[in-house]
Design a protein around this ligand. Sequence first.
Ligand code: GLN
Length: 205
Amino acid sequence: MSLTAGVVAVQGDVEEHAAAIERAAAAHGHEISVHEIRDSGIVPDCDLLAMPGGESTTISRLLHSEGIAPEIRAHVAAGKPLLATCAGLIVASSDAGDDRVEELGVLDVSVERNAFGRQKDSFEAPLEVAGLDKPYPAVFIRAPAIETVGDADVLASWDDRPVAVRDGPVVGTSFHPELTADSRIHGLAFFENEAAAVPSLEERN
Ligand code: GLN
């Protein structure tokens, strides 16, 4: 049986996330079809979801106006995996520190937008990530910092600040794991997260 993935396609690196999901699924021996999400009604059929970067104010506004926001909350409440990257992390958080962002509140962290931007707009760093045996080449672009971590696990830090976290079925990263050929973060979030349920996989077992 094939899995169904969704990539929130309001903005951002949609094709790159879709390609990374396909590579990670193949590496874990799964067939998958990836759908772009611009309207409500698709998320309920998805086994796993990615929410790309972009501009968090725009993404959160459109998720709410299109009725996609409650569907993503229900997806997470059902224990299905969500990978939220950069602006996606900001939108998924419980506090974006900016009134223009209406958070989904599915990832128990507070963030500061553009926190790494004052030092350098973008950079790549070799990250030690819990669960990965070799460093991950992480690309940061006007990245948010994770300020406080509530009921969530820190998977990686850079410059003494958390940059990857897991809260049950949700993994959030400050960086862009879709921008390198290395799909291990997608693998970790979707196929190696014991706190997340991928229903089609369970039905098969
Ligand atoms: N600076 C963006 C924001 O605050 C995030 C940047 C990104 O997703 N690359 O929404």
